[in-house]
Design a protein around this ligand. Structure first.
Ligand SMILES: Nc1ncnc2c1ncn2[C@@H]1O[C@H](COP(=O)(O)OP(=O)(O)OP(=O)(O)O)[C@@H](O)[C@H]1O
Ligand SMILES: [Mg+2]
Length: 352
């Protein structure tokens, strides 16, 4: 039997670096992705950011159908991000205000065909490559009838199958809504499912995302932490499954000659060292000296501390003749001081 070379699935990059890494290249081309999660978990931000990145980075047009928020609100809420959405909304991103009125829907005559006809015309006019249906749960909740819900889900599915668009459907997930609607069915219908989650861990708010299904493709398993920065969502990229670092035999000075001698010539470059000790036993002094020595060798250094301000650390270290100030001024030394409980460990890492 002749074997053929495996063909990877075609994907569209989202421009969200960590997500593109964990999904092996982005979302499935011309197929549908379901983005699920609780209120405020980041579904709308993710979807808009994907459209904005596609427009800015590859000049691809997209359509955003807002079932939950008004079009104006979508633009206002995104103003804190650096996407320039108002300008994009004039040219490459069409925002359809599909804010639904309960009276119209519950009168019994409502279906999505009118909206889908508008979208088809718009898609052709703009040559759109992307479409987002944001807040499908609002539509399903207003329909209040499992048969009608199923009918409209099928209608969207068939429309997407005919229209060669890379699609994202977002749906709010909470225990009440899940019971009343066809979420299980929707997960079978789509090719990719991404779960967003927002919870408190030890009192610290934490956002995560997880790809739970990707037809025809591998993906990094597990939940990945995310945070919101000026460009929108940032996802911590997955660690490679194997450890392939080269172990250096080079020694670097810890800053004290006698301590270096105790260590057999200093610390191995690229190694990690844990310093533990009771309060006031000079742990910070030791790492201050280490940072100073690194800067004196001209090496860029990141100094991370928790629950103690940068200025306070610099002042206290100067009393034992460790002067970090000039290195900070020259930009060689970068100092990050975080409040432990304000962010999750992963969010601190992303901020650094
Ligand atoms: N400019 C911003 N800076 C920092 N965080 C922001 C910013 N804008 C939004 N967020 C974060 O994004 C979250 C809201 O994200 P988003 O609107 O995408 O949620 P959602 O999953 O769509 O929620 P819903 O289901 O209620 O529509 C907020 O909870 C907030 O934490
Ligand atoms: Mg939303």
């Amino acid at each position: 039997m002749n074997r053929v070379d495996p063909q990877p699935l075609s994907k569209m990059a989202t421009g969200i670096e960590g997500f593109d890494q964990l999904s092996g290249g982005g979302l499935p081309l011309n197929r549908t992705t379901l983005v699920m999660g609780g209120p405020g978990s980041g579904k709308t931000v993710f979807s808009l950011q994907v459209l904005a990145n596609a427009a800015c980075q590859r000049d691809e047009s997209g359509i955003f159908v807002a079932f939950e928020e008004r079009g104006r609100e979508v633009i206002e809420n995104a103003a804190t991000f650096d996407w320039g959405l108002p300008t994009l909304a004039e040219r490459q991103i069409y925002i359809l205000d599909a804010h639904l009125s309960p009276t119209v829907i519950q009168s019994g005559d409502f279906d999505l065909s009118g909206i889908l006809a508008i979208l088809k015309a718009k898609k052709e006019q703009m040559n759109a490559r992307w479409i987002v249906f944001d807040g499908i749960d609002v539509l399903l909740m207003l329909l209040q009838d499992p048969i009608l819900e199923m009918r409209e889900i099928y209608r969207i599915r068939d429309w997407l199958a005919d229209n060669a668009l890379t699609a994202i459907i977002t749906a709010k997930l909470d225990s009440q809504i899940v019971q009343g609607t066809n979420y299980g069915f929707m997960q079978f219908m789509v090719d990719c499912v991404v779960h967003f989650d927002r919870c408190l861990e030890y009192g610290v708010p934490t956002h995560r995302l997880q790809v739970t299904k990707y037809r025809g493709s591998d993906f990094a398993p597990g939940a990945f932490p995310l945070s919101f920065g000026p460009s929108g969502i940032e996802v911590a990229p997955p660690e490679p499954p194997e450890i392939i670092h080269e172990a250096s035999t080079e020694r670097v000075s810890a800053g004290f000659e006698r301590f270096d001698a105790m260590l057999g010539g200093g610390l191995f470059r690229g190694s990690s060292t844990l310093i533990t000790g009771a309060p006031g036993t000079s742990k910070t002094t030791l790492i201050g000296k280490f940072a100073e020595a690194a800067c004196q060798r001209g090496e860029r250094t990141l100094f991370v501390s928790f629950d103690e301000g940068v200025d306070q650390i610099i002042r206290n270290l100067s009393s034992v003749d460790i002067d970090l100030h000039p290195h900070r001024q020259s930009g060689l030394l970068c100092m990050y001081s975080g409040r432990t409980e304000a962010r999750s460990a992963e969010e601190h890492l992303i901020k650094m």
